[in-house]
Design a protein around this ligand. Structure first.
Ligand SMILES: Nc1ncnc2c1ncn2[C@@H]1O[C@H](COP(=O)(O)OP(=O)(O)OP(=O)(O)O)[C@@H](O)[C@H]1O
Ligand SMILES: [Mg+2]
Length: 450
């Protein structure tokens, strides 16, 4: 595999990285992985609910986290690991302005292995310390228990992973396997971003690029009559420089949340003609001038439209179910990209989402195995939720995220929205609470600033 380093299994150290600031984490993550061939980052996380879920299923060798998170701190996580009898070690980092001996002593007394000062310690040193500490622990473990530690060791692939941080996002849901949850995620993620009180002014578009059988319009209950004239095929005769506000209003459909939808035609012949790479490229380029966030629901195949979407994407969400087939399908895609010129550039913007589209079974693959297979950390695990099915029967009136705003699906989608865009910065994923907090902050400045 291109961009991969094979290391001795017994030396490999699995790590989950945790930071409420996704872009800072991506940056650090790349630097640490680059500087230490022994470290495999098997997942990243931005909040404690998601982190605990990943800890339970992956039991990494180490966590490297911001000491103070929005909804927990490193000591809470250390306690959680001990309660659950996990062998995971916690390493933390503190901004150097607040790095002080009291916090460090308190953290260490409570079992945190090391607390680094963010500006004075390099990512190389952090990587080295984590690897050294885990290696010494393993030696001790083997001495005391007489058991070979390498049984616990998982993956030998270290993958480079870089994320470009740009303010405009073009997010694509993709897997060449069908029925894994791409459309459900695309629709609910779009609503999650749109409903963020911090993103109220952002312009958001949802494009259906599954020209062979796209069902965004069905899920969103778009009127058939409107669909006849407002669809992908209608954009064929329009030049890129003609894509103006008026054209957008004429050829896209606005949903009840204010999201602009570009659907696929109802007519199959029209749909077949609307698959050209140039059409996809032109639409995305044209819409980029008018929208802050563009979400594209990808098809379950390799097609010219999918190519255009992957090319333009800032983030590709590889949606997989925890069963062998959908993972196998993704490995085919990643090895194809590994073998084509420039494929590495697309691989680097791909994230792995594990979506439990079916009820869990004993045949499901463990999350760390999935991550290892694909050589990619898992961005998020999305649980199997009844509200997804309930939404299908609500005739597009309500999406899963709207049916139960406090539910696991809504939390996962808002967490994912935050991972990708930072649109829920306060960490709790409840739009109302966030709104209140924002208001409170404003009035605080109103009193003391004015
Ligand atoms: N997290 C989940 N919990 C429960 N059911 C889910 C979940 N995710 C997806 N599903 C169900 O899985 C089915 C397939 O979902 P979806 O249509 O989103 O997949 P897809 O990948 O877009 O399919 P296609 O490739 O055919 O376009 C749907 O019936 C949906 O209700
Ligand atoms: Mg679909």
């Amino acid at each position: 595999m291109k961009g991969a380093v094979i290391v001795n299994q017994t030396q490999n150290v699995t790590v989950i990285m945790v930071d409420y600031d996704q872009s800072r984490m991506n940056d650090l993550y790349y630097q640490i992985v680059k500087s230490s061939p022994f470290i495999t980052v098997i997942a990243t996380s931005t909040d404690s609910i998601d982190l605990k879920q990943k800890l339970d299923s992956m039991e990494p060798d180490a966590i490297f986290m911001q000491y103070h998170m929005n909804d927990c701190n490193a000591v809470d996580i250390e306690k959680y690991c001990r309660e659950k009898d996990l062998k995971t070690m916690v390493f933390a980092t503190l901004p150097s302005q607040i790095y002080n001996v009291n916090t460090v002593m308190y953290g260490k007394r409570n079992g945190i292995k090391e607390i680094f000062s963010s500006d004075t310690v390099s990512p190389q040193e952090v990587g080295m310390r984590i690897v050294d500490t885990v290696h010494s622990f393993r030696k001790e473990y083997e001495k005391i228990t007489g058991q070979d530690f390498s049984n616990r060791v998982r993956k030998e692939i270290v993958t480079k992973h870089v994320t470009k941080v740009v303010s405009q996002r073009i997010i694509v849901t993709y897997n060449t396997k069908g029925g894994v949850g791409k459309t459900t995620i695309a629709v609910n993620l779009t609503i999650a971003i749109k409903q963020s009180p911090y993103f109220s002014g952002k312009r958001i578009a949802l494009l259906d690029f599954d020209s062979g059988g796209g069902n965004v319009s069905t899920i969103c209950n778009v009127d058939d009559e409107e669909l006849h004239s407002k669809n992908l095929a209608a954009w064929d005769s329009i030049e890129e420089n003609e894509i103006t506000r008026d054209i957008i209003e004429d050829l896209m459909i606005q949903d009840k949340n204010g999201i602009m939808i570009l659907a696929v035609p109802l007519n199959l012949v029209q749909a077949k003609n609307a698959t050209k790479y140039e059409l996809g490229e032109k639409i995305i380029n044209g819409l980029k001038k008018h929208f802050d966030i563009i979400i594209i629901d990808g098809p379950p195949n390799i097609s010219p439209l999918a190519d255009a979407a992957l090319e333009a994407a800032t983030d590709v969400l590889l949606v997989a179910n925890p069963e062998g087939q959908s993972i196998k399908q993704l490995t085919k895609l990643t090895s194809l990209l590994n073998n084509i010129e420039d494929g590495d550039r697309i691989l680097k913007k791909m994230y792995l989402l594990v979506n439990q589209a079916h009820k869990p079974t004993k045949y499901d693959m463990k999350l760390d195995r999935i991550s290892g297979y694909l050589g990619k950390p898992i961005l998020r695990y999305i649980p199997n939720c009844d509200e997804v099915l309930e939404a299908l029967h609500s005739n597009g009136q309500k999406q899963a995220i709207e049916i139960n705003k406090e539910g696991e699906y809504a939390k996962a989608m808002k967490g994912l929205a935050n991972d990708l865009t930072g649109c829920y910065p306060v960490g709790d994923f409840d739009a109302e609470t966030a709104k209140e907090k924002k208001k409170r902050k404003k009035s605080f400045f109103g009193i003391f600033g004015g």
